[in-house]
Ligand binder design. Structure first.
Ligand code: AP5
Ligand code: MG
Length: 214
């Protein structure tokens, strides 16, 4: 099964993708997570990506597409995958379609997690990410057992650099300009399914499972 998670920054794509990956036994591929891992390791890709990410801008398509295509070659992608944060522009979606068509494959679903802009800034300022394993929490909606410490690996939690309110507003603008058109793009392909992302995260998950099947 091949799934794309669509939705604004902070809609809960990563939260849901992690739960779905576990349920269906397919990998969760987040381009944002890949970039953040590269930034942490100080790679050339990480240095380039950081310049854009800190401003809330998109990393150029050419840096993203090859990275994802390369990831698809790994053995764990044979049964499918969940894409989170990719594609994010029409050229990225076209590159993905072309690569899939060449392999005689296609995407099965694009799940659009809908959350209005008003809710987003509030959500982001409460998000905390683990410096060790990248697990994501929320101080109010999904708190850790011990404040500031990751439940999974015991490392420290931080606020993401791009979760400052002014950067979040920029990310939202970029989302509406460049990523939202993908809802139409995949709508034409007949694979978009909408879910309400404002309800409890377990209810969002159940709604997605209803669409994908047990
Ligand atoms: P990326 O990491 O993909 O960020 P994003 O799309 O802005 O999305 P987020 O990760 O911020 O939000 P999310 O939807 O995953 O929400 P989450 O589950 O964490 O990208 C970062 C940057 O990298 C981009 O700005 C760009 O520069 C670059 N980049 C990445 N991919 C790219 C690409 N393909 N092309 C070009 N550039 C690229 O949830 C948010 C918070 O809400 C959490 O605290 C969570 O606990 C909480 N929450 C989740 N669900 C609920 C709920 N139902 N109720 C209450 N709280 C909830
Ligand atoms: Mg995410």
């Amino acid at each position: 099964m091949k799934i794309i998670m669509l939705g604004a920054p902070g809609a809960g794509k990563g939260t849901q993708a992690k739960m779905l990956a576990e349920k269906y036994g397919i990998p969760h591929i987040s381009t944002g997570d890949i970039f953040r891992a590269n930034i942490k390791e100080g790679t050339e890709l990480g240095k380039k990506a950081k310049e854009y990410m800190d401003k809330g801008l998109l990393v150029p398509d050419e840096l993203v597409v090859d990275l994802v295509m390369d990831r698809f070659k790994a053995d764990d992608c044979k049964k499918g995958y969940i894409l989170d944060g990719f594609p994010r522009t029409i050229p990225q979606a076209e590159a993905l379609d072309k690569a899939l068509a060449a392999a005689g494959e296609k995407m099965d679903y694009a799940i659009n997690v809908e959350v209005p802009d008003e809710n987003i800034v509030n959500r982001m300022s409460g998000r905390r990410a683990c410096v060790g394993c990248g697990a994501t929490y929320h101080i109010k909606y999904n708190p850790t057992k011990v404040e500031g410490i990751c439940d999974v690996c015991g490392k420290e939690l931080i606020l993401r650099d791009d979760d400052k309110p002014e950067t979040v507003l920029n990310r939202l603008k970029v989302y509406h300009d460049q990523t939202q058109p993908l809802i139409d793009y995949y709508g034409k392909a007949g694979i978009v399914r909408e879910v309400d992302g404002t309800v409890d995260m377990n209810d969002v998950f159940n709604a997605i499972v209803d669409i994908l099947g047990e």
